[in-house]
Design a protein around this ligand. Structure first.
Ligand code: DON
Length: 553
């Protein structure tokens, strides 16, 4: 009976009567239709996927300022037609005046909201440096060619939809608290209003004309530093001048014959995803069936163990030693499941971070782009919270991030996403805070297969993992794989978080009997993905949990 119900639910989620369009030349999937359209225009004008991704990134800063940004940071994973891969790290850095205890009061307690709201919450922005690095090195078009769309949407405005209006209105109190004269974000809006951002248009024009220096030096830098002085923030000229994006090796793993290519530190996403897949590879998920108790139990126990290690060992590898080789090794994954019991939930108290040194002594948004040349780009970027710190740089019209909250303000005290951290992710001047972002590319026999990523804090990792498993193990088409309900466990709190829906609810009684504390949570993750079909064409899908759109041609 339960199996039949599950099949009915899958049928509903798969939206089985609508066509999935297939494309030959390129696909862009992003959180906002106008931004996806920008990417397609750039591809049609002869640009490659990197040009398109940069154009989409700047466009999102205008039409999706909840998370699209020039005042935040992100990661870009690129796969080239010759089989090579690379990644660009433009994660924010702690300002040089930051210190380990900056969010603690005299008694050593974390001061509420200090790392999430206002000027002190902002890390040194990385997006402009990172996107322009990608464009200069791997793009083929000029800055003017890729930035013109974003400039036009900022200058002439775009029509606000209902979801964007409510996102703006929900945060208006905080916008007004932190922004004196810049009232653009503090107003009350309704669907159909025109949203014009003149100051942001000027900032984008100076980036177009002067490149990285247009943001990190000159009048934009002056305005950032003045904003900081007025709001007791600490980002200085020195921080801005010294900010650099870093090109890094990708992290790689395999899963049932597929190659997994993802982002390494300071993102934890790539390591966690490969570690999770390495665990799952030892079990025959296909036999369990999607949505079964066995499936949820196994995947939850894997998450519990991986998130324990995340909290202990992961941080900016430029500052701390992250035992990467062990964490993504098949052997380590096997070993960490030693106390997994198929009948009972493990208590998180009994799961200690492992010993990965044993051998080795030693509101966010994602977009995916594919072009007709075989370039694939997987980018996740963020201000952290919706609209970041809620601080708009007066005169420059863009929002600053509150990424400092991704550091561990104090060991044992959870951050905004309930994630714990240790010394590996403590605050240090110039250090990058640990991220859960997981921009990922999957190939099979060196041929493109899947490009995906998601927002969602720690739940990014589970959202990406479950989408992959839904496709590789359960054989669902892209849309179904993305739409099916999700669950998440992150070691602490020792709670199985399940999206509110009827489908997984059928398992509650059994899971509770096994010892799980289950909490229904609102929907999480917004996957934007591209999948390659056996006939060589591609298809894209933007999670209906958001209001984005995949467009191809
Ligand atoms: O880098 C991170 O892990 C977080 N700043 C991501 C924040 C996020 O996904 C918020 N969106 N829901």
């Amino acid at each position: 009976m339960k199996k039949i119900l599950i099949l009915i639910f899958i049928f509903i989620f798969s939206n089985a009567f609508s066509q999935i369009p297939e494309y030959k030349n390129g696909v862009v999937s992003s959180a906002q239709e106008l931004a996806s359209q920008v990417g397609i225009e750039i591809l049609k004008n002869g640009g490659n996927a990197i040009d398109a991704a940069v154009g989409v990134g700047f466009a999102l800063a205008v039409v999706y300022p909840q998370a699209g940004n020039i005042g935040g940071g992100g990661f870009m994973v690129i796969h080239f037609p010759n089989g090579m891969n690379t990644s660009i790290d433009y994660r924010e850095k702690a300002p040089l005046l930051a210190n380990k205890n900056m969010y603690l009061d005299n008694a050593g307690n974390v001061i509420e909201d200090l790392s999430t709201l206002g000027h002190l919450a902002a890390g040194v922005p990385g997006s402009v440096a990172g996107m322009l690095y990608a464009l200069d090195k791997y793009g083929t078009l000029s800055r003017a060619d890729v930035l013109k769309y974003a400039i036009s949407y900022a200058e002439n405005g775009f029509i606000i939809n209902a979801r964007f209006a409510s996102a703006l209105n929900e945060n208006s109190k905080e916008f007004n608290k932190f922004n004196g004269s810049s009232k653009l974000f503090g107003h009350h809006y309704k669907a159909g209003d025109l949203f014009i951002q003149k100051e942001l248009a000027n900032t984008l024009k100076t980036i177009r004309d002067n490149g990285k220096d247009g943001f990190y030096k000159g009048w934009v830098a002056d305005l950032i530093v003045t904003e900081m002085k007025n709001g007791n923030g600490i980002i200085s000229y020195n921080d801005l001048e010294n900010y650099n994006a870093v090109e890094r090796d990708v992290v790689k793993g395999t899963y049932r014959g597929y190659e997994i290519i993802s982002m390494g530190p300071p993102a934890s996403g790539g390591i966690c995803l490969i570690y999770l897949l390495n665990i799952l590879e030892n079990y025959n998920l296909k036999d369990y069936g999607f949505g079964s108790v066995e499936n949820v139990h196994l995947m939850t126990e894997a998450m519990r163990r991986v998130f324990a290690d995340r909290s202990e060992f992961m941080g900016d590898a430029d500052f701390v030693n992250v035992p990467m080789e062990s964490l993504i090794s098949k052997k380590y994954a096997l070993k960490q499941m030693w106390n997994y019991d198929t009948k009972f939930a493990t208590n998180s108290k009994d799961v200690k971070p492992g010993d990965p040194y044993y051998k080795e002594h030693d509101h966010t948004t994602h977009y995916s782009v594919a072009d007709k040349f075989g370039n694939l780009v997987s980018t996740t970027t963020t201000l952290n919270d919706n609209f970041g710190s809620k601080v708009v740089v007066d005169g420059a019209g863009f929002l600053l991030n509150d990424e400092m909250d991704d550091f561990s303000s104090k060991p044992g005290v959870p951050n905004m996403f309930g994630l714990l951290g240790s010394e590996a992710n403590s605050i240090s001047p110039g250090k990058r805070m640990l991220s859960s972002m997981t921009p990922t590319i999957i190939t099979k026999d060196n041929q493109p297969f899947l490009v995906l990523g998601s927002p969602g804090g720690g739940k990014i990792i589970s959202s990406v993992l479950e989408t992959i498993v839904n496709i590789i193990d359960y054989g669902f088409v892209l849309r179904t794989a993305i739409e099916l309900p999700r669950f998440h466990h992150q070691w602490y709190p020792d709670v199985l978080q399940v999206e509110e829906n009827m489908m997984l609810k059928m398992n509650y009684r059994e899971l509770k009997n096994m010892g799980y504390d289950i909490k229904q949570v609102s929907e999480f993750g917004r996957i934007d993905a591209i999948m390659f079909l056996p006939n060589g064409s591609m298809t894209g899908y933007s999670d209906s949990r958001g209001y984005g759109k995949a467009i191809g041609y």
